[in-house]
Design a protein around this ligand. Sequence first.
Ligand code: AP5
Ligand code: MG
Ligand code: ZN
Length: 221
Amino acid sequence: MKIVLFGPPGAGKGTQAKSICNRYSIPHISTGDIFRRNIAENTPLGVEAKKYIDKGHLVPDDVTIRMVYDRLEQEDCYNGYLLDGFPRTVKQAEALQYFLSSRKECLTTALLIEVPGSFIIDRMTGRRVCLACGASYHIKYNKPKVQGRCDVCGSDLIQRKDDTEDTVRERLEVYETQTAPLIDFYKSRDLLRTVDGTKAINLVFESICKILGESYDNIKK
Ligand code: AP5
Ligand code: MG
Ligand code: ZN
């Protein structure tokens, strides 16, 4: 299983990625989570990435692509992985195709979670995240068992700095101009599958499992 998960900010990529990766026992590679961990640890990569993330802009392609290549070369990726939030530009998508073809591998599917902009502000401003394990919650739609604590690892939950209304609007704009072209990119390669992300979290997951089961069967044939 080699899955690309994409969609606008707040579509539910991180939420669904956790469940998919549990079910298929593959690593969850979220470029946003890797950047945030580096920012928390104040590494050179974190210092560079923070300049862009806080404004809702994309981190430059060369920095991001190098980071993902390093990650995909690690041993736990041999049997597959889920990429959450990468690629996000056509240049990144081409770099991923290049990486895969140089190893005679291919993507299983590129899964788009579709959610209209009108849902997004409510989802983002109510989101709380765990920096330690990347889990995300919502104060109305996906409450943690104990307020302010992560169900998975017990760490404190925080509100992301880029989850203010203004930054979210900027991220939506960036999505439309820079990431939405991936829809045609993957459609033309017959890899695109789309799921309606406005339904409840468990129903979205059911639709995704169905799509992944079918994509996987096609590859085995
Ligand atoms: P990243 O962390 O990837 O942010 P994003 O794409 O904006 O997406 P989010 O993580 O905000 O949303 P999500 O789809 O994961 O939604 P979630 O599941 O949390 O990237 C952050 C930044 O890093 C970027 O802006 C950029 O600067 C940089 N970056 C990252 N990757 C990069 C790349 N490849 N190139 C360049 N720069 C890059 O859900 C949202 C909320 O809704 C939660 O509260 C959740 O509980 C709730 N929710 C989820 N599903 C449902 C549902 N079905 N019903 C109701 N509520 C729901
Ligand atoms: Mg996310
Ligand atoms: Zn956690």
